[in-house]
Design a binder for this molecule. Sequence first.
Ligand code: CP
Ligand code: NVA
Length: 313
Amino acid sequence: MGINLRGRSLLTLKDFTAFEINYLLELAEDLKRKKKMGIKGELLKGKNIALLFEKPSTRTRCAFTVACIDEGAHPEYLGKDDIQLGNKESVEDTARVLGRLFDGIQFRGFKQETVEKLAKYSGVPVWNGLTDLYHPTQVLADFLTIKEKFGRLKGIRFVYLGDGRNNMANSLMIGASKMGMDFVIAAPKSLWPEEALIEECKLFAKESKGSVTITENIEEATAGADVIYTDVWCSMGEEDKAEERIRLLKPYQVNSSLMKKTGKDETIFMHCLPAVKGNEVTEEVFESPQSVVFDEAENRMHTIKAVMVSTLS
Ligand code: CP
Ligand code: NVA
């Protein structure tokens, strides 16, 4: 069956079917293979890409930049002090200007509403490079990494521990439930995802024959896990919550004794990075052979390239 994503935006993985997500992962595998063989492409030749950042970034910014250059596009970085986004000029007007000049727009920032408005008003594909609510391109990189390690996504027991209501937890829950994984969040009740999103993901899981479980019970959650995933306890913009989060989340730290609770030697450790070692993960687990965090980081580039190529050409 053919697939055509041309003109589509990626604002949240909710908008993509399992079939489309699989297609993006397969395209990323192919682009990765070509890059490793030294084959340069021209799949984005002549395209101009705006990279809007309200929040800082290492991986996302560099992944978009390198992916553009690899395929012949021109990336233009626009930081928060460089343009008038929602400041002296409305998001709607900025979007219409950028849409006249650029072929695609990446946005990283605070409100999901901003990335949605950019998509609505620019008329070109817009890709969410992280908002307070979602981080969909990270999930594609994580899923490519899991496929590389286990050869499949279906039936993988994916356990996320820590802040269960941040952009990563939300997006992983959406992606995993669509792809037929057994997805578990272990977090204190006050940090569980929104009930409406849980219910939506349970419907995705019903269709994919996966499952979604949210629990406070660390033992039950980790038993049999193929993937142990965590993220920072304070996301960008929440730095003032550090004290409370450390108190709440200390039991959910990923350390070697927690890794042993999976009962499997082949369990992998994942983290979107950047990590605060000593908080959500110990240095020991981070540096262990089970840790695949730098594979995830590299795969940001291959998957982002797949997103741009498939939506622009
Ligand atoms: N994982 C991730 O999005 O990293 P950056 O914040 O460095 O882009
Ligand atoms: N939850 C983290 C992810 C960083 C990639 C944050 O929003 O800061």
